[in-house]
Ligand binder design. Structure first.
Ligand code: DQQ
Length: 591
């Protein structure tokens, strides 16, 4: 994929976009958005290298995974369907793998739900979504690639609705494909139907596409969920953004944290529209209003489509999908993190790709952004005896080890405070047009500052030859302050040839009022997922330490700014290992 080409680059998103346009036009063998390695895609793993495998993130026992594509809650169980290569550790031979869980943390694996077997999906069964129809009937909408290499939209239904695990799915010949791209649609860029919603007496779904460089969400409607008609106008489109993969469209409540069913409407309800931009390989969203009469989505003023806009995660996070959890009345978001170590290493490791921890998502009281937080169920993996620190002062240039915990598999919550903002460095006006990532690259953890950099050094080796700082740095800009949040993989590994980006985003918080900032990091061997200020800004990094592995990985606190920082409160838990994709044999019951 284009992202992989850029693994060793620190290019800005815009540079990424320009680069990818050129590359995408010239590479032969790009299937959808994934680069194809014909010599590797059907090479089964001889062994599975455990060094960087995760302890509590979702992974199958081996081989390639990409994307989430279909989480759902049905009759007391959570189902996850994901794109999986049963034959190798790079993209290819994709099937819809299927796992079930009672709690979104412990998973058991079933047989694949969908494989490429029919004329309407013979060259691929790609991503899609689930909808629960009236009468409690789940249906999967997915993209099939037909024998002419056209992307068409297909459906599948469970063969036996009384099977609690929905092990077996059928793709009826009657009615498939249910959407055929007409001539005005680019049939090689037409995929990933969304969860359908019901309004004005009709079902609605959106399919991601592009027209030249215009990203498009084509809208289709149906009265009976069988015959679908394209609406005159797309639900939404935006110039210069290229292919829109995995669109997601859902309502959010203007107040509170409760999630809404995808069909929920109401005067006050806002909508979120997310796309996975193939050009940059990041997920972007806007917040806006769904005009059900005009069948249009209109982002709020200031909510920007494209890479100038908001991201769920300012790190390695793509092809995400949300679902409404009927059990807990929340909206849950899942993202996929690919590897950043290169396909040759993926082949040697025998695996590639992880699913990130599911996040509850809701609208920030400002109405201008979303908030995200790891689902509560994750806490069942926390050790009963956490390491705690209170009122610990971090002087300039100091780092302090948080001992007594496993630095490779932990959950850490910490609040930092400071007395004054006087020492905050000035924000260089030249940075205004740069992505935060580039500022973080210039102002790394070892570059001394005023108010910051301070934070955690995660997955660190004893003598700090390897470490991944998750940190804050506060700047003065006009009469205000700007908080930069970084998860910087630059020093994460002594290994050569890795992509080690200085991922970063800004946090919309007025620290002059609170003089405090909070952080939570989920550390799991080769992944660090970090949530700043209650989930206002989130960053995921993939890391491949050579020294800081397993029991050798450590965790430190640090401050490299002249302003003294106090660790008000830190709690760090070792994390346990859930049941991860142990097969659920026929006749057996889920644990
Ligand atoms: N991967 C799928 C596509 C989707 C892309 C194919 C996202 O359906 O657009 O495996 O990475």
């Amino acid at each position: 994929m284009c992202g992989e080409k850029l693994r060793s680059s620190t290019a800005t998103s815009l540079h990424v976009a320009a680069f990818c346009v050129v590359v995408a036009a010239t590479i032969i063998g790009v299937q959808g958005s994934h680069k194809v390695y014909p010599e590797l895609q059907s090479l089964p793993a001889e062994k599975v290298d455990e060094t960087h495998r995760t302890g509590y993130h979702f992974q199958p026992p081996k081989h390639w995974i990409n994307g989430i594509f279909c989480p759902m809650y049905f009759n007391g169980l959570y189902h996850l369907f994901y794109q999986y290569n049963p034959k190798g550790s790079v993209w290819g031979n994709i099937v819809w793998a299927h796992s079930v869980s009672k709690d979104l943390i412990n998973w058991q694996a079933l047989e694949p739900a969908i494989e490429a077997t029919k004329p309407f999906d013979i060259k691929g069964c790609w991503s899609g979504s689930a909808t629960i129809l009236p009468g409690n009937k789940p249906v999967i909408l997915y993209t099939g690639v037909d024998k002419h290499n056209r992307q068409v939209q297909d459906y599948a239904v469970p063969t036996n609705l009384s099977d609690p695990y929905l092990r077996s799915w059928v793709k009826p010949s009657k009615g498939n494909p249910f959407i055929d791209p007409d001539r005005s649609v680019n049939a090689s860029a037409f995929r990933d139907p969304t969860t359908a919603w019901f309004v004005n007496g009709e079902w609605h779904t959106v399919v991601g596409s592009k027209r030249d460089m215009v990203g498009v969400a084509y809208l289709y409607t149906s009265k009976d969920f069988k015959k679908w008609v394209r609406a005159k106008e797309p639900l939404h489109s935006a110039r210069g953004t290229g292919m829109w993969e995995c669109p997601d469209f859902y309502p959010v409540s203007p107040t509170g944290r409760r999630g809404l069913d995808t069909s929920a409407l109401g005067k006050e309800v806002k909508h979120v529209f997310k796309v996975s931009l193939d050009l940059t390989r990041f997920d972007y969203y806007t917040i806006g209003v769904y005009d059900k009469e005009k069948e249009k989505y209109v982002p709020d003023l200031g909510s920007v489509d494209s890479w100038a806009g908001l991201r769920y995660d300012y790190g390695n996070f793509y092809a995400s999908k949300s679902f409404f959890d009927y059990k807990k009345h929340r909206r849950v978001l899942w993202g996929w993190a690919n590897e950043s170590d290169g396909e040759a290493r993926d082949k040697d490791k025998g695996w590639a790709g992880i699913q990130l921890i599911p996040r509850k998502v809701w609208l920030d009281p400002s109405g201008k952004q979303l908030l995200q937080w790891p689902i509560k169920e994750l806490e069942m993996l926390r050790s009963p005896d956490p390491r705690k620190l209170n009122s610990k002062v971090l002087k300039h240039g100091r780092h302090v080890e948080v001992d007594g915990i496993t630095g490779a598999q932990a959950d850490v919550e910490v609040t930092f405070s400071f007395r004054s903002l006087d020492r905050a460095e000035p924000f260089d006006p030249k940075w205004a047009d740069l992505p935060a990532q580039d500022v973080c690259h210039q102002k790394g953890s070892t570059v001394p500052g005023g108010l910051g950099p301070f934070g955690l050094l995660t997955v660190a080796s004893e003598k700090l030859e390897e470490f991944t700082p998750v940190m804050f740095r506060v700047f003065k800009k006009g009469g205000k302050h700007v908080v930069l949040f970084c998860s910087d993989a630059t020093s994460s590994s002594l290994a050569k040839g890795l992509y080690k980006p200085s991922f970063a985003g800004y946090v919309d918080v007025d620290v002059s009022k609170t003089k405090k900032i909070s952080l939570r990091s989920l550390i799991d061997h080769s992944v660090v997922e970090s949530f700043a200020e209650g989930g206002k800004t989130v960053i995921t990094s993939r890391v491949y330490p050579t020294l800081a592995t397993g029991t050798k990985a450590r965790l430190f606190l640090f401050n490299n700014g002249t302003e003294e920082i106090e660790v008000d409160k830190l709690t760090a838990w070792n994390m346990g290992k859930p049941v991860m994709n142990v097969p659920l044999n026929k006749g057996a019951s889920i644990n």
